[in-house]
Design a protein around this ligand. Structure first.
Ligand code: F6R
Length: 620
């Protein structure tokens, strides 16, 4: 939620900051703003409600030359406090307009801080929590021991703030530095030649440098042209964690595609191959980080998977594999519900936290709750060094590359593959599978990039179908066994991208109520199990389809190539390659992603930036 970027160097800050905001817009797009220090004591600010394009048009109208300067910062917002209007857009300033602040997260004690400022006669001009930080920093900077010391002022104010926040702060009196601070929200430093960056995500500066430093909890960094310096909130010297970004600019660009999401759907074979790569070595499955003894894994007697949205669906898929391979009970829980229902956790519980961003607050809080109860936590994450992996006992990274389209596609497939690796690692540690069985399962997984590549060939047929049903009122999705979470994922994609009513059901439940929804021409997408692998379920689903077809539904069937038994019941048949039962979600999801994207496109929506959403949800 909210993208922030700061820069000090030898280039025009406005260009660098706007370039960064373009790459961070996936984090929020309710408004955007910039601040540039002109080096002569003036702080130039512009901010506009709506997409970044609105801000750019305003800057053009203002004359971009009036924003000349080599230090500055910018923000793209996902609104939390106050509607997305100009006055609530960041940067926020103090009354004298010398301090500017951009912020990601929520300052939880802002009502109290606001009351204190108002009692002091400060007039607040926005509804945001962020503005309080600007006034407080200006006040601390003007007085006492911290007078004239921007970083000390930021530290003093951070110590008073509660909640999760990343702040980037500039002051008109200090034109050669930008100060940033973080608590439970992401912040990375980019280290260039004679230039430094701070941002929510490396994508903001990948065009300029791949050398980055990840900041720890409760740290403040000052960047200048020459270098960067990290301290904790008390002012003690601290260390960030340097790393080199292992992907380049092309991964963060559309590469000729109309939308990032379409590119990311096509990247799925690579995302799977990269996620599996290096995890089976000398006959053993390995994780990326393991701060747990093998004995701890052997002692596990229960698994929880906690996650949100698509990541949660990947957990639902994983349950079938982990229970089957490890003979361990697995519960899959929405992270936002987990800690509020007093789950039974102890040292022998493994909590698998699945998160593309690694910063989803619901999942992070579930992780913290699990750790407080002494459970072991294993993170499956796509973002190197994000907060969730940092707070976990073991980590398996999905190497899907940056996912910029707000709706998850390649990260979802990579999460399923990574969850399966977790299942195999557990089976191996616990001895519920022989080494040759683990090797066979891994080899089977390694065949999925090719199967997904083949499935992508259905795109033209699926897109044509999408255009045909784009005006439908609603679409239902049915599946059984691992096809059930696939149905849920298909429905979620359609809701978020096309703003259409869509529901996923376990097909066997249909007769217990949802069949009442079936009416003439209602599109119903059915994910068929393999006729060979799951013959009993297959025949039951054929009966379910004939029941809904008899009631007038338009049946769209995703079935394995050569599944002739279902053909008579399919008004449209989309054929996917045959896979083993547990791997079918990796191929069956692909047409559903394409379908949702095409329906949204036909309806004229921006499929990379669906309304009301943001890529990384750092509020509870
Ligand atoms: C749906 C989608 C979301 C995310 C969810 C969790 O397309 O993208 O449902 O899956 O917000 O996000 P992460 O995986 O970053 O924790």
């Amino acid at each position: 939620m909210c993208g922030i970027v700061g820069y000090v160097g030898h280039r025009q800050a406005l260009d660098v900051v706007l370039g960064g905001l373009h790459r961070l817009e996936y984090r929020g797009y309710d408004s955007a703003g910039v601040a540039v220090l002109d080096g002569a004591g003036a702080l130039r600010v512009q901010r506009k409600a709506g997409r970044l394009a609105n801000l750019e048009a305003q800057l053009d109208a203002d004359g971009r030359q009036s924003f000349a300067g080599t230090a500055g910062m910018g923000h793209t917002r996902w609104a939390t406090h106050g509607p997305p209007v100009d006055r609530n857009s960041h940067p926020h300033r103090d009354a004298a307009e010398t301090v500017a602040v951009v912020h990601n997260g929520i300052i939880e004690n802002f009502a109290e801080l606001r009351a204190e400022l108002e009692a002091d006669g400060v007039e607040l001009t926005s509804d945001t929590d962020t503005e309080t930080a600007a006034h407080l920093i200006a006040r601390v900077y003007a007085t006492g021991d911290t007078a004239g010391d921007l970083e000390a002022s930021v530290r003093t104010v951070c110590r008073r703030l509660e909640g999760a926040f990343t702040l980037v702060v500039t002051h008109a009196d200090v034109p050669d530095k930008v100060v940033a601070a973080r608590r439970s929200s992401p912040l990375v430093v980019g280290v260039g030649e004679g230039e430094h960056f701070v941002a929510s995500d490396v994508a903001a500066f990948i065009e300029h440098t791949r050398e980055a430093v990840e900041l720890g909890q409760d740290q403040v960094v000052v960047i200048t042209r020459e270098g960067y310096e990290v301290t904790d909130f008390m002012g003690e010297p601290a260390q960030g964690k340097p790393f080199t970004v292992d992907w380049d600019l092309s991964a963060a660009e559309k590469g000729g595609h109309e939308y990032f999401m379409l590119k990311e759907i096509e990247e799925q074979p690579d995302a799977l191959a990269n996620t599996l790569r290096g995890h089976f070595h000398n006959g053993r499955i390995t994780l990326d980080e393991q701060r747990l003894a093998d004995q701890d894994l052997r002692d596990i007697d229960k698994v929880f998977v906690v996650a949100c949205g698509s990541a949660y669906h990947s957990g639902l898929v994983a349950k079938y594999a982990i229970e089957h391979w490890c003979r361990l009970p697995v519960e899959v829980e929405l992270a936002s519900e987990f800690r509020y229902r007093d789950p039974v956790l102890d040292r022998d519980t493994l909590v698998v936290a699945v998160s593309q961003s690694g910063e989803t607050m619901d999942t992070l809080e579930a992780v913290r709750h699990a750790r407080e109860q002494k459970a072991r936590v294993l993170a499956v994450c796509n973002t190197n060094g994000a907060q969730i992996p940092r707070e976990s006992d073991a980590v398996l990274y999905t190497h899907a590359g940056p996912e910029i389209g707000v709706a998850s596609t390649k990260a979802f497939l990579a999460q399923i593959a990574a969850n399966y690796l977790v299942g195999l690692a557990l089976a191996q540690a616990r001895g519920t599978k022989y080494p040759d069985e683990v090797a066979r399962e891994f080899a089977d997984l390694a065949s999925t990039p090719a199967a997904v590549q083949k499935t992508l060939a259905t795109a033209a047929q699926v897109r044509a179908l999408g255009r045909e049903i784009a005006d439908s009122k609603a679409v239902l999705f049915l599946g059984r066994h691992v096809g059930y979470p696939v149905a849920l994922e298909g429905a979620l994609k359609l809701k978020e991208l096309a703003y259409m009513h869509a529901e996923g059901f376990a097909a066997g439940e249909l007769k217990h109520g949802p069949i009442a929804l079936i009416e003439q021409d209602l599109p119903v997408v059915v994910v068929m199990p393999s006729p060979k692998g799951r013959a009993v379920l297959h025949s039951k689903l054929v009966s379910n389809i004939s029941e809904i077809q008899a009631r007038g539904a338009r049946t769209i069937v995703i079935a394995e190539e050569g599944d002739d038994a279902v053909r008579p019941y399919a008004d449209s048949l989309i054929e996917i390659p045959a896979t083993s039962t547990l791997l079918q979600p990796l191929v069956a999801t692909v047409p559903l992603q394409i379908l949702a994207a095409e329906i949204a496109r036909s309806r004229g929506y921006d499929i990379d930036k669906p309304r009301n959403l943001a890529k990384s949800v750092t509020v509870e």
